[in-house]
Design a protein around this ligand. Structure first.
Ligand code: S3P
Length: 444
């Protein structure tokens, strides 16, 4: 974990992708299921958990906080919850690796316990802004010190009774919302969060499933969420839905390569995550979505994608929260479309695992694609704007798993091979990525 050997790869044009993949567990839901199970009174079984580097960081951190979690049996673990306020002081720092979700959500949880924990992460995580969760958690009574940069390392000193707050999110962020709601479980009284644009709602869904009193009111394009503090959460036997953010890569690969048909089974289709699929459909993608009911309280479907001719579209800023992790792969689809695609409201891309805005512009430009940037707006001119290159482009992933997978897909559609500087970090979110691509017929 976190010690992956740098693995450069050369990717060449590759058509005829064909096959059926069983989607990997959703990363966001996996983190949340572990954390909420740890706060429950008794033993939960979580099945279909994503056992990626990020999720393993959450498992290790919870163990350090005194929670007993079994070794995975297949993709299933047992979590022996300690109840609300039942965490104990860790003996060493909590190393959250590359995971912003683990760091921010666990800060909210630690804040509600009378313990102190030091949060550290890898170089990428240490650069990411933590003040967005620290401010509301301080308002709730936690004492937190942060590095001068506003990132990690951070020391969180919690309390056994926090003060409930009403918080209006300044940026649409499911991590910030979740951190506050999880801290809110430790308050006497009701904590509320208002978001102007709906972000992924897995925390709310899972809290309700584990028996918390959560109320959600729809606003114009956002939500007002309230959670009642100090509940007794009931352990669950929970299945985890597939991850649409990972499924996106083989699905777009099928759309962009000739004579391809790929099905990913059991993909979570919660509408707070569907922005990319809405965009692809508007671009003319041949996507078939067959509902398979619910898994762990989340709607799931089998999604089949076939080779398609895509046309550029305008993607408004309103859509960003429902596809915040999908811009790198949407950018690749846009580069292969007819006509320009304009993507607005991309400010948050600058504070992800890398500065994804810059990484996309830089990578596509190296591949001969015409990209324009103006503030938080990126315009990608489609295939007609491509220029040829003389040297094999070397894509710099900046250690970012989604940049690596997006440009892998780009390589399948380029006239000449490209190299990607490092694929090892796909273990962050999709450890089986290259195996799955090989299964679909990609020659590696
Ligand atoms: C996530 C929320 C998003 C997303 C991240 C996972 C989550 O981050 O980019 O990969 O699980 O809550 P923000 O909350 O910063 O938008």
């Amino acid at each position: 974990m976190g010690q992956n050997v740098v693995t450069p790869i050369e990717v060449s044009s590759n058509d005829n992708l064909c096959g059926i993949l069983s989607g990997s567990g959703d990363k966001s839901i996996s983190h949340r299921a572990l954390i909420i199970a740890a706060l429950s009174a008794g033993c939960s079984r979580l099945t279909g958990l994503l056992l990626s580097d990020d999720v393993r960081c959450t498992i290790e951190a919870l163990r350090q906080l005194g929670i007993q979690i079994s070794e995975p049996n297949g993709n299933s673990v047992l979590v022996h919850g300690a109840g609300i306020g039942g965490l104990t002081d860790p003996v060493g720092p909590l190393n959250l690796g590359n995971s912003g979700t683990a760091a921010r959500l666990l800060m909210g949880v630690v804040a509600g316990n009378p313990i102190s924990a030091v949060f550290i992460g890898d170089e990428s995580l240490s650069r990411r802004p933590m003040d967005r969760v620290v401010k509301p958690l301080r308002d709730m009574g936690a004492s937190i010190s942060l590095a001068a940069s506003g990132g990690l390392p951070a020391t969180v000193g919690g309390k056994n009774s926090l003060i409930p707050i009403e918080y209006h999110l300044p940026v649409p962020s499911a991590q910030v919302k979740s951190s506050i709601l999880l801290a809110g479980l430790h308050c006497p009284g009701v904590t509320s969060v208002t978001e102007d644009r709906s972000t992924r709602d897995h925390t709310e869904n899972l809290l309700a499933k584990f028996g918390a009193d959560v109320r959600v009111e729809a606003l114009n394009s956002g939500r007002h969420i309230c959670v009642a503090g100090q509940p007794e959460l009931n352990p669950q036997d929970l299945l985890i839905a597939g991850d649409p953010s990972s499924a996106a890569f083989p699905i777009v690969a099928a759309l962009l390569t000739k004579n391809s048909e790929v099905c990913v089974k059991g993909v979570g289709v919660n509408k707070t995550r569907m922005g990319l699929f809405d965009c692809l459909r508007e671009m003319g993608a041949d996507l078939q979505v067959v509902s398979r009911g619910e898994v762990g309280g989340e709607p799931v479907a089998d999604i089949t994608a076939r080779t398609s001719t895509l046309t550029g579209i305008n993607v408004s800023a309103d859509r960003a929260p429902s596809m915040i992790d999908e811009y790198p792969i949407l950018a690749v689809a846009a580069a292969c479309a007819d006509g320009a695609t304009v993507m607005q409201g991309l400010g948050e891309l600058r504070v992800k695992e890398s500065n994804r805005f810059t990484a996309i512009v830089e990578g596509l430009t190296k591949c001969g694609v015409k990209v324009e940037e103006e503030g938080d707006v990126m315009t990608i001119v489609g295939r007609e704007g491509w220029t040829s290159w003389h040297h094999m482009p070397k894509i710099c992933t900046h250690g970012d798993h989604r940049i690596a997978m997006a440009f892998f897909v780009m390589g399948l559609t380029c006239p000449q091979p490209i190299t990607i500087d490092d694929m090892s970090m796909v273990a962050t979110s999709y450890p089986g990525f290259t195996d799955d691509m090989a299964l679909l017929g990609v020659q590696l």
